[in-house]
Structures are given as structure tokens and as C-alpha cells.
Design a protein. Structure first.
Ligand code: SF4
Length: 599
């Protein structure tokens, strides 16, 4: 240690004894002198053991720092205390400023240790839920030492960049206009319903926690001891808690099931259309001006117009979380399918390709799905189109696109959308879209099958030898109509091949059906990929045509009912042992092959 003494600049956290760090406790204990603001000294007094105390009032920070340096230079160990973190609006910077002014050098000056503590943004966030899960900033509204014009610029920059914002020093007895002007700026960029948390005296005796909105925040008590946390465009309120998702995820699919990342999923570039990588891969998607919007009378609309189109689409997706907009009938369709559960619809619904949902299918669900949104409109809180993603194919067995279908896909994809050819016998269409219902209607009018993607049941079939071996086509169509697109615990393929050749690999899929000699062979639990890939287990042969669909539907119903989220079908089959009466066998089934030659 330097013979000149030591300066310990200590952040002691919110002020209760349970949230002070071990190092802060030790640093206080080893100090000979404690220097701090009156209130802070009182807060840590139970931790002191006879040290000399130098306490001063508010606004006397400079004199405290000078006194601390003076005493350290006399050879003492001096603790300079700050609430929260000493390096975040605390005493650390000021102590260094005093030292710098004196020409202090690290190698021969007093030793300095800054002891970190829990800052207000962290302690207040913990009481509100999890509002600071994404990029955030702190802004002090105190204009004693910072010009108000600078503070305004910072508020505008943070607001336009969609930061979660923690406002420190929001109001005092004399500074009352700052928080009002700040709210006014924020309202130009953010939805009035943006969640806001007001935390006063976190973890202290008079702690007060209020969850409100940007629009309503000034109707609550905000003072010197309040920290104001303002959510970003994704932030939501759940059961009185403010939660900011960790990222901007796509929220719209035909399925209406949010595409939150599953525990084992990795983000791919194509799943992050807003990322730099995706924009480099498809520069046209980010070709719009990138300069941030400044404040204007027209507020949010102008701010979002100036953003790249891909970003605007992403912004729009977040509206689902705040319940601002949902494509009502599409969500209703998905919900009506999801509501099927173990009781699957009968053959009366069979049709060749998808059609618009009927009034009956949407009845009773639109109130849930609509959430106050205008029917058919999928727009974000700032009127930008949502990113819409669906799988399209020309048919279950039919693998041929017409020229009109290709032209339609090209038209709806435009410059900003994309078409991905997949191994699932379908093209995935991703396109910013303000009216998914209208888009789906156009696709279906052109006789596309339009299906949700993600963790759903997919019905795949061979092309039945160019539709020449078409005996099993009605079964494939029925399965598509009844099961295609239903939500599954995990993406599941139901594959049907039209003869014993099974040249489209049905026996490798989760559920395989092979039409042979007038009946259907059923295979369950294939695993197509990975080092331990294996064919599905043959569980039944020669199932009559009037029974096969019921049997498959029973298998699916059981999987939907008992499968764990994210559990693949082959794992489910192995775990439960028996599905719809079919028993799982651990040993892979073998096929006896007569030797071509030999004894
Ligand atoms: S599985 Fe049979 S019916 Fe289907 S395409 Fe292959 S050969 Fe033709």
C-alpha cells in the first residue's frame, strides 16, 4: 500500500444491509475515516465500528472529495461513500477529478480503489420485474451541472433509438418542469401505453413501487428519491410486473403462435431480418434511409418512416405483445385449429387446398384473438406492416407450380420479401405485410395450400407418380386438411407415399404411411437427421382405407395431449411406450432379406 494512505470509494447499493457487497463491507471495516453525505452516513451507521466520520450536506460533494484526498495524503485509509454505485452518478469521478487537479499519478500517489455497488437502475428494475432486459441507458434530469439542451438531446436520442430509459433525479422541489418536458418528448416516439415503473426508496423503509404508463406517469408522486424506468417498444406488463423481452422477435405467423426461440434453437441470419448480417445478405431490405429521425410535430409516424423497412417490420411485430394489433381472423383460424386438441374434426371438412376460414371456424375466438385490433389488419403501434411468414405449396401430392402461382409469389414477395425453397415440399414466404388476411386470400385463390410454419404438423406426400398412382391421394388430402398446420409439441412430419417403393422416404419421417396392396402400413417415430438417425418403427400393416385417418388422428391427439413442449415425436413415442395402442420397441426393427446367392 502507498505510504500516503488509501482512498476507498465505496458504493453501498440501495441502502439496506442485504444488498451491500462483501467487498464494500470489508472496505468500510478497514477504513479509518468515513466521509459521506449525511443521509448516507446514517444508512450505513450500523456497519461502523468507531471510525472517524466526516459528514456534510447535499451539494457539498466537492468539499467531501477534497477532504478525502487530503486525509488519504496524510496516510489514512479513507472511505468515501455513495449510495448505489460510486461510479454511476456517485463520488468516484469527483475523487479522481480532485486527484487529477493535483497532478496525482497512480504509481506514486495515494492508492485508489473503487468498490462497485448495485445502482438504482438495477435495484429498481428488480422490484419492477425485468424491464432492463435489453439495451438501456440512464439519464439524469438534473440540470444543475448539465445544460438542459444537452439533456433534451439525450432524451430524444434514447427515445428514438428505442432504449429502455432510467431517469435519475427526475424531479425536486424546484425542478418540476424537467420531467414534464421529458414525458412530452418521449410521447413523440413511444406509445402512450408504454409501461413505466416508478420506484421510490428502493429497498429502504419507505419503498414505493408503481407500475403505470407513459401517458399516466405524471399523475403519480415523483420526487428526488424516485427512479423512473421507461420501457421500450417491446416492453409489456404481466401481472403487475414490467418485462422487456430480450430481443425483437417475429410475432406474426399464420399460426399466430409466437416464434419465441425454443431452448435448443439457435438464431440464424434468416431468422433475424433486422440484423446487419441479414441486411448485408439482402441489401435491398435495408436500402431505406438510415438516419435517425429527429423530433417533429408528427411524432412517432415520422420517426418510424425514417427507419429501414426491415426494421419497421420488426417494430410492427412487437405490437402483439402489447395487444395493440392481431390479424383477427387468422389468429382465430389458428386458435380454432389449436382448440381442436384431442377431438379432431371429421372428414366433412376435407377439401383439396386451404380456403379462407369460415364464419363458423372463427366464431367464439375472435374476441380472444382480436384483442381490440381492427379485423384483418396486422399493424404495429406505429402503423408499420408486420413481418408475415407462411409456407405455401401447390398441393399435397401435386408438386407443380403454375406460372400464375410463381408470378403471384414473386409479386407478393416484392423487393423486401423473400422466398425460401425448403425440403418440406413447400416454399416459405416471408414478407412485410399489413394485411395478412388479404394476402392469404390471394394465395388461396391461386390454389396454394397455405400453412403456418414452426412447431406444427406438416403433411407431406409423394407425387403419386405424377398423379398416376392416385389411390392414396384422398387420404393424403384428408390428413392435410384435418392435421396440416395444427400446433404440435415440436415440428412433426406426417408423410404418405403412394406405393411400396416409398421413394419419398415416408418411413424416415415422424409418422410414415405407405399405401401398399390396397391397405396402409403405418410407421411411427422415425428420426431423419443426426448420427443416430433411424427409420420409423413399423407398427401396423394393411390398415383399411376407412380406418387409417382415424388411427393417425388418434396418434396425433395423444401426442398433442401428452407430449412435452419441444419434445420430438420419436422421443415422445419412446418415453410413453404406447401411443394409440401401438407399443414402442427399443430395438430397431429389421427387415429380413433373402440372400441373393449362397447356401
Ligand atoms: S412412392 Fe410410389 S407412388 Fe409415390 S412417387 Fe414413389 S413410386 Fe410413385
Amino acid at each position: 500500500m502507498s505510504p500516503l494512505g488509501k482512498l476507498l470509494v465505496i458504493g453501498f447499493g440501495p441502502g439496506d444491509m442485504e444488498h451491500i457487497t462483501k467487498r464494500a463491507l470489508d472496505a468500510l471495516a478497514e477504513s479509518e475515516v468515513i466521509i459521506g453525505y449525511n443521509t448516507y452516513v446514517d444508512l450505513i451507521r450500523p456497519l461502523l465500528n468507531g471510525q472517524e466520520i466526516v459528514r456534510t450536506g447535499m451539494t457539498e460533494e466537492v468539499s467531501r472529495a477534497q477532504e478525502a484526498v487530503r486525509q488519504a495524503e496524510m496516510g489514512k485509509k479513507v472511505a468515501v461513500i455513495s449510495s448505489g454505485d460510486a461510479g454511476v452518478y456517485g463520488m468516484a469521478g469527483l475523487v479522481y477529478e480532485v486527484l487529477m487537479q493535483k497532478g496525482w499519478r497512480r504509481e506514486d500517489g495515494v492508492e485508489v480503489e473503487v468498490v462497485p455497488g448495485i445502482s438504482a437502475i438495477q435495484s429498481c428494475a428488480s422490484l419492477l420485474g425485468a424491464p432492463v432486459m435489453h439495451d438501456a441507458c440512464t439519464i439524469s434530469l438534473s440540470d444543475h451541472l448539465t445544460p438542459w439542451e444537452t439533456i433534451v438531446k439525450r432524451v430524444e436520442a434514447a427515445a428514438s433509438a428505442d432504449f429502455v430509459i432510467a431517469l435519475y433525479n427526475p424531479r425536486s422541489g424546484r425542478r418540476t418542469r424537467q420531467i414534464v418536458e421529458t414525458q412530452s418528448i418521449l410521447l413523440r416516439y413511444r406509445d402512450p401505453q408504454t409501461p413505466v415503473g416508478l420506484v421510490k426508496s428502493a429497498y429502504r423503509e419507505r419503498q414505493q413501487v408503481i407500475v403505470t404508463t407513459l401517458e399516466d406517469m405524471l399523475n403519480h408522486d415523483i420526487g428526488m428519491l424516485t427512479t423512473v424506468i421507461i420501457g421500450n417498444s417491446s416492453t409489456t406488463v404481466y401481472d403487475g410486473l414490467i418485462v422487456t423481452p430480450r430481443g425483437y422477435q417475429r410475432k406474426y405467423t399464420l399460426d399466430a403462435t409466437e416464434q419465441a426461440l425454443k431452448p435448443h434453437q439457435r438464431l440464424r441470419t434468416e431468422a433475424e431480418p433486422w440484423s446487419l448480417g441479414a441486411q448485408e445478405a439482402a441489401p435491398q431490405a435495408g436500402a431505406a434511409p438510415t438516419t435517425p429521425a429527429g423530433p417533429s410535430a408528427s411524432g412517432a409516424a415520422v420517426a418510424t418512416q425514417a427507419r429501414p423497412q426491415a426494421m419497421a417490420a420488426v417494430q410492427a411485430t412487437t405490437a402483439v405483445q402489447t395487444g395493440a394489433a392481431t390479424p383477427a381472423s387468422l389468429a382465430a383460424e389458428a386458435l380454432s385449429r389449436l382448440a381442436v386438441g384431442g377431438k379432431l374434426p371429421g372428414a366433412a371438412n376435407a377439401r383439396w387446398s386451404g380456403q379462407a376460414p369460415t364464419a363458423e371456424s372463427t366464431a367464439g375466438t375472435s374476441a380472444v384473438a382480436g384483442a381490440g385490433a381492427p379485423a384483418g389488419m396486422a399493424t404495429g403501434g406505429f402503423g408499420k406492416p408486420a413481418l408475415f411468414e407462411v409456407g405455401v405449396s401447390p398441393g399435397v401430392g401435386n408438386k407443380k407450380f403454375t406460372a400464375r402461382q410463381m408470378a403471384l409469389l414473386a409479386e407478393v414477395a416484392g423487393d423486401d420479401g423473400e422466398l425460401e425453397y425448403t425440403p418440406d415440399h413447400q416454399i416459405v414466404l416471408r414478407v412485410p405485410c399489413a394485411d395478412p388476411e388479404e394476402l392469404v386470400g390471394r394465395l388461396r385463390d391461386e390454389r396454394f395450400i397455405v400453412m403456418p410454419i414452426g412447431d406444427v404438423f406438416k403433411v407431406k406426400a409423394c407425387d403419386f407418380c405424377n398423379m398416376e398412382k392416385d389411390d392414396a391421394v384422398p387420404v393424403a388430402e384428408h390428413l392435410q386438411v384435418v392435421l396440416g398446420g395444427l400446433q404440435a409439441p415440436k415440428e412433426t412430419s406426417i408423410a404418405l407415399n403412394g406405393c411400396g417403393m416409398a421413394c419419398y422416404g415416408a418411413v424416415l419421417e415422424d409418422i410414415g404411411i405407405v399405401y401398399r396392396k390396397g391397405g396402409y402400413d403405418l410407421f411411427l417415430g422415425g428420426k431423419k437427421f443426426g448420427r443416430n438417425a433411424h427409420a420409423a418403427q413399423p407398427v401396423a400393416e394393411g390398415i383399411p382405407g376407412d380406418q387409417i385417418t382415424d388411427i393417425v388422428e388418434n396418434v396425433i391427439a395423444e401426442y398433442k395431449e401428452k407430449g412435452h413442449p419441444n419434445e420430438r415425436f420419436h422421443k415422445f413415442f419412446k418415453r410413453v411406450g404406447v401411443v394409440a395402442g401401438f407399443r414402442h420397441e427399443d430395438a430397431p426393427a429389421t427387415v429380413e432379406v433373402n440372400a441373393v446367392c449362397g447356401d
